[in-house]
Design a protein around this ligand. Structure first.
Ligand code: GUN
Length: 281
């Protein structure tokens, strides 16, 4: 049997369409400020697609470009200005930052109610406490939306998350725990990884290693979510060997066209929600 494709591109398109409709009927213009420090080529591409997606649904987006040698103080001053600007609903600092800047220190300066990336420690805490007011980071939120598209009740399922990043691995672990999954977090020091992954009803892989997960890591009928975007001489590849994994999984996300478009759709949704929270409408 071959797995069904979890078509993130199509699901994201539908979410964007619905958001566009809501924004237009409510006659509102949510506003997002994007800060990019330096000129990392991958970040440039991501920021451009975020800008385009915002404009398409009626979110105003302003991008602030800082030189690679900008100081923490300059960046924090800009964040402060945007925190105090009432027309700005969401603030996004594109990661990664240049090495001399500490992301934890910088992201803490964003007002939690404008933290549409969900990286502020307050939002992290609210997720762990299962508070609905939390801003959920875009990639994990998009992953959960994809999984819910095929299965609503995840209670009791074994979820294995490979990768423990602040952006993906840790928050998706909490979200799946909140869904009553039995969650295992695996990482670069984990022993017997294949054996652990083989127990997963839901396998989420976010390690940044091209085609790292082969069919030997996959339980028959598993739902496989591939978060990897690896630029290789053979084009963009995920963290999962797609063709052979598809022979065992029940559902699998493609790369590109799986998780990536969902991340952007969730950014739009979080910005819209930030607007509503700030305007109590
Ligand atoms: N870099 C990679 N993913 C993300 C993300 O979700 N948000 C931000 N701000 N930067 C990123």
């Amino acid at each position: 049997m071959t797995a069904q494709i979890l078509d993130g591109k199509q699901i994201a398109q539908q979410i964007r369409q619905e958001l566009k409709q809501k924004i237009s009927t409510q006659c509102i213009t949510p506003e997002l400020a994007v800060i990019i420090v330096g000129n990392d080529p991958a970040s440039e591409i991501y920021v451009r697609s975020k800008e385009k997606a915002c404009q398409e649904v009626g979110i105003k987006v302003d991008t602030y470009r800082l030189t690679p040698d900008s100081s923490a103080e300059e960046l924090i001053n800009l964040i402060d200005e945007l925190n105090n600007n009432h027309s700005v609903n969401g603030i996004l600092v594109q990661l990664p930052l240049p090495k001399h800047l500490n992301p934890q220190e910088i992201l803490t300066k964003i007002k939690p109610e404008k933290d549409i990336d969900g990286f502020h420690p307050l939002n992290t805490g609210l997720i762990i406490q299962k508070q609905p007011s939390a801003f959920i980071p875009c990639t994990p939120k998009g992953i959960l939306r994809l999984i819910h598209n095929i299965k609503h009740n995840l209670s009791g399922l074994n979820a294995v998350i490979v990768g423990r990043s602040q952006i993906v691995g840790l928050p998706i672990s909490h979200l799946l725990l909140n869904e009553n999954c039995t969650v295992t977090i695996a990482h670069s020091k984990t022993q017997n990884l294949a054996e652990i992954c083989k127990k997963a009803d839901i396998l989420v892989v976010s390690v940044g290693k091209s085609e790292f997960i082969t069919k030997d890591y996959i339980k028959p009928e598993a739902i496989v979510i591939d978060v990897g975007i690896n630029r290789t001489p053979n084009g963009i590849k995920g963290d999962v060997k797609f063709a052979e994994a598809s022979e065992k999984a029940s559902y699998i996300t493609p790369v590109p066209g799986g998780v990536g478009p969902m991340t952007i759709a969730m950014l739009l949704e979080n910005t819209y929600e930030a607007y509503l929270k700030q305007n109590h409408s």
